[in-house]
Design a protein around this ligand. Sequence first.
Ligand code: MG
Length: 391
Amino acid sequence: MTVAAIVAAGGQGRRLGAATPKQFVDIGGRTMLERTLDAFVAHASIDEIVVVLPADTPGPASLTACTKSLKVIAGGHRRQDSVAAGFSAISDQVDLIVVHDAARPFVDAATIDRTIEAARRGGAAIAALRASDTVKEVSAEDPHRVARTLPRESIWLAQTPQAFARSVLADAIRVGLSGNTGTDEAALAEQAGHAVLLVEGNPHNIKITTPEDVAYARTLLSAGSGTAVGMPTRIGTGYDSHRLVEGRRLILGGVLIPYSMGLKGHSDGDALCHAITDAVLGAAALGDIGRHFPDTDPQWRGANSIGLLQHAVGLVRDAGYVVANVDAVVVAERPALAPHVDRIRTRLAEALGVGMDAVSVKGKTNEGMGETGRGEGIAVHAVALLRPAKS
Ligand code: MG
């Protein structure tokens, strides 16, 4: 099954009263649209993404780094016109389409899974919340007078994502184009005569419409343990090795270590910094050290690797994350690392923007086996955990 996501961000979001359309409003260091797209880029079941933006609006720069097929197209006047435009841009092999509002940046993977699974079974499915408040219907003549109380048990509040078999969404769009209006795609699918299933939504999957919603979203991000809702912690791994040669200084973790040889490399050869840099970049899926600091670029020749690490931490922060902790193993037959470990941890902690207690470096010999065991080089393994930056 091939699944596409249409992220509807075609509106101007005038109710927010901000200068920019609401999908570009910053929520804790990232725009609403970027946070929403993250959920679909990261979701294993989503094969391609179409983002519908207001005409003449460039997509966020981070879209260019997306590893999935991602198209940015211009939306229409109404929401349903934007989704219709998005639908026409999806590729032929797509069987199932998930429609989602960019204004719901806290959508989680499990909710997306539930809607996909139910739509696969039933043709159309929406995430929805059971009404917990008592629901009143007002009179047509006086919108401040209650006409009647609706049975709460039968009331569900529709969210997005909403997922549809391709033919069902095609029917819904046809109904919409023939003059009908729906505030969501499910309403149009219903008008087209299709059954729509409900799956449990997520109360955190709020729709951001007013300035109060923005304030609440920022509160959600900084609440509790400091872990942002909808933005999980991320882990990355890194590895590097360099040959030990005469006539070079030995630098590990930005610290000069007295030894008769040093690590060969275009830069200072600091394999510990390189492995940690790759772990940090990897945790944010931002590629690797070779992509950001190519050794063919004279700018990085002889570069100070602790500076590269610091630069990588900045890239990760731009993506909304900070380092939680780092652990590394330095495989070196000689020299002994233990006397230098605390200086190395201090230096790395500065570059990573964390306390020394969040940085662990262990020295290990290779028991005389292989290249590292013969002292021909030094190898480093590292892992890094990132957590969402607080707003
Ligand atoms: Mg290296």
